[in-house]
Design a protein around this ligand. Structure first.
Ligand code: NDP
Length: 339
């Protein structure tokens, strides 16, 4: 039984739920039209690429995924995107970005891409048994949450352990919850969870936080949040009703202690979504797509933007900026290579 919204059955943009290996499924219906550009993924990078490609009259097609909008659909308030002095909710911003891009001709399909074939042009983009042909592709599939994979975690996924406070925080009214991590995500999730939980314990393996000062201080100054440093989860504890707590290990001296909690949120970073590319586009050791020339990847005609590339900044505004660059690069590349 799933307790959480974030565990309702769903597929991601990149078709991670597909069990069939890439390039081994039949092509099904092949569309006759060769598109100028297909954008895969629908966060700020994808929508901005769509906006620019639309205004450049490239008639762009986007596969936005079943859960369109990317990670910001799971973000409560965005306070650092210029132009929103009062802040804006993540889903609302994604809706506005989509509307703006559609106004200039972006065609959006809320479907997942299963795989691509970029071994020859036109490229093939396979979606639910249909094959779309395109001169160029912009990959904007972003990244997905990393799990700790501590003993006992698998059994509690969707019951007591989540990676999305925005989705699942309301299930923990007046309960004690743990948040694991020391970055902006962990501080943001901890602060958000104080709306529901009676107490939030933020657990971090060091005493130095990657989080920005403002996010850290907001969490540190919240009376409902206790911060435990030099601690990591050694094991999750549960009974037949769900999570009951965890065994914490001191990362300095190895001693252990038990902490009681009925919910936990893991916020230890993200990993790029590239499986659907089937290894055809060069990535670094951590799976991030590598830019070769401006926003172009190792495959001429395939471009990438946003968190799927970004090992450093990972902000909505930097993703949007890179989406803009990718669309401009596509326009120039099409002029020089296709039209
Ligand atoms: P980060 O990579 O910034 O932080 C990950 C944290 O998790 C680090 O503190 C890291 O510890 C810890 N961690 C990683 N692996 C483990 C592990 N196995 N066990 C225990 N702890 C672990 O990721 P975030 O998701 O927090 O942020 C990613 C990006 O998104 C950042 O650029 C951030 O600024 C941005 N962001 C911005 C927000 C905003 O502005 N509203 C909100 C959320 C994210 P250690 O420090 O020891 O490596």
């Amino acid at each position: 039984m799933f307790r959480f919204y974030s565990f309702l059955p769903r597929k991601t943009v990149a078709g991670e739920s597909s069990n069939t290996p890439a390039l081994h499924r039949p092509m099904g219906t092949v569309m006759s039209e060769v598109r100028n550009v297909i954008i895969i993924g629908s966060g700020p990078a994808g929508y901005t690429a769509g906006l620019y490609a639309g205004r450049a009259m490239l008639n762009p097609l986007m596969f936005a995924g079943y859960m369109s909008g990317g990670q910001l659909m799971l973000t409560s308030d965005i306070e650092n995107f210029p132009g929103y002095p009062e802040g804006i909710a993540g889903p609302e911003m994604m809706m506005q970005l989509r509307e703006q891009a559609e106004r200039f001709g972006l065609e959006v399909q809320d479907r997942n891409v299963d795989e691509v074939d970029v071994s020859q042009r036109p490229f093939k983009v396979m979606v639910e048994g249909e094959t779309y042909l395109t001169h160029s592709i912009i990959v904007c599939t972003g990244a997905e949450s990393v799990w700790l994979n501590a003993p006992g975690e698998a059994e509690q996924k969707g019951r007591g352990i989540s990676t999305c406070a925005t989705c699942d925080g309301a299930f923990f009214r007046d309960e004690h919850v743990l948040v694991i991590g020391g970055g902006d995500s962990a501080c943001e999730e901890a602060t958000f969870l104080t709306r529901f939980a009676s107490k939030v314990t933020l657990i971090h393996r060091r005493d130095v936080f990657k989080a920005s000062t403002i996010m850290y201080e907001r969490a540190a100054n919240n009376p409902k949040i206790e911060i435990r440093t030099f601690r990591q989860i050694k094991e999750w504890l549960s009974d037949d009703k769900g999570l009951t707590g965890a065994v914490l290990e001191n990362t300095q001296d190895g001693t252990t202690e038990t902490i009681e909690a009925t919910g936990a949120f893991i916020a230890i970073g993200h990993t790029p979504i590239t499986d659907f590319l089937g290894g055809q586009v060069e990535t670094d050791a951590n799976g991030y797509i590598v830019h070769k020339e401006h926003t172009m990847t190792s495959v001429p005609g395939v471009f990438a933007a946003g968190d799927v590339v970004d090992t450093r900044y990972k902000q909505a505004i930097t993703a949007a900026g890179m989406g803009c660059s990718a669309a401009i690069d596509v326009e120039k590349w099409l002029e020089e290579n296709v039209h």
